[in-house]
Write a protein that binds this ligand. Structure first.
Ligand code: HEC
Length: 126
């Protein structure tokens, strides 16, 4: 019973968080965590939380500092494009100056972040 209460509270807090942070998030859409993450994606999730979530939101739902990463534009952006944005910054790709190169990011971790992002995109079809 307590366990169910905690889960319900977490879901409520999760949606509230999305509501507060996500102008980019479609209304009423709850982000779903993938059922399974392989080792690379799991590590990617950790690095994502440390290096990306301040701007793109913990569940890739966006914040006032950066867009959600679940939309069509980010699904169709290929892995090389994702990696370039992280390592060279968005302006190098003709995009918004607010995303500088992510300082000191290990290219192997960048690949793991892409694995995590693809898993999140797959678990949250548009
Ligand atoms: C300081 C805030 C900030 C941080 C930190 C940040 N981003 Fe971004 N990101 C942005 C903004 C702002 C954009 C530009 C959106 C646009 O052009 O519409 C962006 C764009 C992107 C794009 C699209 C680039 C393109 O060429 O279209 C990707 C992919 C991305 N970010 C992923 C990440 C990942 C992964 C991380 C962590 C390794 C990260 N970002 C860290 C703010 C940030």
């Amino acid at each position: 019973m307590i366990y169910i209460g905690i889960v319900v509270a977490m879901i409520a807090i999760g949606s509230l968080d999305g509501f507060l942070s996500g102008t980019n998030k479609p209304a009423g859409d709850a982000t779903v965590a993938p059922a399974r993450l392989d080792d690379a994606a799991r590590r990617g999730a950790l690095v994502y939380a440390q290096r990306c979530s301040d701007c793109h939101g913990l569940d890739l739902v966006g914040s006032e500092h950066g867009p959600a990463l679940l939309g069509a534009r980010f699904r169709t952006l290929d892995d090389a494009g994702w990696t370039a944005a992280m390592l060279q910054g968005a302006p190098a790709r003709g995009r918004h100056p607010a995303m500088a190169p992510v300082d000191g990011l290990d290219p192997a971790d960048a690949a793991r972040i892409v694995a995590y992002a693809r898993a999140m995109q797959a678990a949250n079809p548009l």
